[in-house]
Design a protein around this ligand. Structure first.
Ligand code: UTP
Ligand code: MG
Length: 173
């Protein structure tokens, strides 16, 4: 079973609380497709949670998105994207380059997300109050359509139809 098929040149925005499985899902696509603020914060400061590096990380992300979208290359935005103004910025970028824009909504129950977060390596566990705050901010599919996403895929439906968000390494030799 392959990953969700994205339209050619699409911007795919993952929307989900910490621990909900966004990076696991993104790992099913070629690694060049993924843009990730955590990675750029870590490259700038050695610490991916260092919010002082968010402005520089956002600049790097925007440069990469423009580079890829202008060439018609797919990009997967692996950040929480739970704030409407963050999604609005991404939607505006996709529209500027006239690219289709897809959301994958990590609409898992809070206990599942909490359990997945708790099971991670200790240095990757996000404080519980942050997981809960982000989970509360999750939009529903109707809201995402209303904001302008061309397609919205709730992960609950992808799981039910057999598109599992497992890392590629678990299904490749
Ligand atoms: P991720 O590290 O993929 O979550 O998975 P995330 O959404 O990207 O988290 P942030 O925002 O970067 O903090 C979290 C844990 O859940 C497991 C993964 O193996 C990882 O340990 N997981 C993910 C599952 O157990 N099942 C899944 O279907 C997806
Ligand atoms: Mg992640």
């Amino acid at each position: 079973m392959g990953p969700l098929t994205l339209p050619a040149g699409a911007l795919c925005v993952l929307v989900g609380a910490p621990g909900s499985g966004k990076s696991t899902f993104a790992a099913r696509y070629p690694d060049t497709w993924r843009v990730c603020l955590d990675s750029y914060r870590r490259m700038a400061t050695d610490v991916e949670a260092d919010q002082s590096a968010t402005p520089v990380a956002a600049e790097i992300q925007n440069l990469l998105l423009d580079a890829r979208l202008s060439r018609g290359l797919t990009a997967v935005v692996d950040s929480t994207n739970v704030f409407p103004h963050v999604r609005a910025g991404l939607l505006a970028r996709a529209r500027y380059w006239q690219r289709p824009v897809t959301a994958v909504l990590f609409d898992l129950p809070l206990p599942t997300v909490e359990a997945q977060n708790a099971d991670r390596d200790r240095d990757r566990v996000v404080p519980l109050h942050i997981v809960r705050e982000h989970h509360q901010l999750l939009p529903d599919a109707d809201q995402l359509h209303h904001e302008g996403f061309d397609a919205v895929h709730p992960i609950s439906e992808l799981l039910a139809t057999g598109t599992p968000p497992l890392p590629r390494s678990t299904c490749m030799p």
